[in-house]
Design a protein around this ligand. Sequence first.
Ligand SMILES: Cc1cc2nc3c(=O)[nH]c(=O)nc-3n(C[C@H](O)[C@H](O)[C@H](O)COP(=O)(O)O)c2cc1C
Length: 377
Amino acid sequence: MSSDLSVTFTGIKFQNPFLLSSAPPTESESNIMRAFEAGWGGVVTKTIGMHPVVNVAGPKTKFLRANPETGTLSMNKGRAGVLHSSWNWELISDKPLDWWIPRLGRIKKAFPDRVLIASIMAGSGSDKELDHWRTLARACQEQGADGLELNLSCPHMDRPDMGSNIGKDQAQCSFVTQVVKEVAKVPVWAKLTPASADMTVEAGAVFRGGADAVVSSNTFPSLPPIDAETLEFEMNVDGLVSSGGLGGPAILPLSLANMAKMTQAFPDRAFSGIGGINDFGHALNYFLLGCGTVQVCTAAMLDHAVGPNVIKRLIQGMQQFLERNASRGWTKLEDFRGIRRDRVVPHSKIRRPEDSDYAGGYDAEGYAEPELAEKTK
Ligand SMILES: Cc1cc2nc3c(=O)[nH]c(=O)nc-3n(C[C@H](O)[C@H](O)[C@H](O)COP(=O)(O)O)c2cc1C
């Protein structure tokens, strides 16, 4: 008997909880069609803006590999090594809204039972910019998009009122969410940036603005390594580099830490997990912390551009997981979603080898007595 992988997330029914995230795998009509044919339950389009953008004169993405024999961690050397991360400084879709409009309609017509989420982005510094959010939202939903994902998280923005600069500012991200919610007829997800001291602050802000879900997260701000021989950044244009975003395996534990904080702070809210997912075991982490869907980018980019093998692994992995746990009465994601959320506790709650009290670093616990410290100098 095949298991039921379907989920309902923010009121939208998905055949399975696995989505391609907003990125190169979803940058075109043909990619999205291929992704649906391969079995993805949903896709989030590459972020759509009002105007065309121009990318840097050179590669936009590279993959860092770690070679365990030589210790090399490089984008350009040691390709035999294992994947560590992706690094990119790609902007949003270089095709504007007008290009996307007929395509969204065609995709939805071809795959009415698959979920199409439109990722959108504009500025927030003027009424005109706020109107762009409204225009983007209306146009995408008119073409049949099942939901909207607000890109409040693109890490490569010079403008203080765009991308992760909105996402780092609780007032701005709450307000933008509110503006879109006022015109939205479909669920609105807010994709946040990990470039925050405490993502629960921004999560709370977008929920106050009316967001139906938080998506976490976009890539982590980072630089490519410098080559020890050439003394050049491994990725640069005319010797210059700018902050880009890290994705892939390296960010899985970092994203989980952010996700755990948010799902604990808002246990009744919807979360879509992103960061370093390549197989069901990775996705399971997010589900156990409370996520209702997950999204994939780097692993899919490296698998025929849209991840046909990745989605096969995710689906098979979930089917096998449900079969293995049938004796617990688990038949669907909802039966195990969030069951490890409460295992993340303050340090002082972790058992010590001796039964003595640990006061979380207070009362000089864990520190040498002043006299002893003096003697051991
Ligand atoms: C080349 C590239 C382009 C991306 N473009 C977008 C984008 O346009 N909008 C967006 O919200 N996220 C974008 N992302 C972020 C991904 O959707 C995803 O959040 C991130 O890569 C982490 O997932 P991963 O670890 O599976 O790669 C991009 C990522 C990469 C690598």
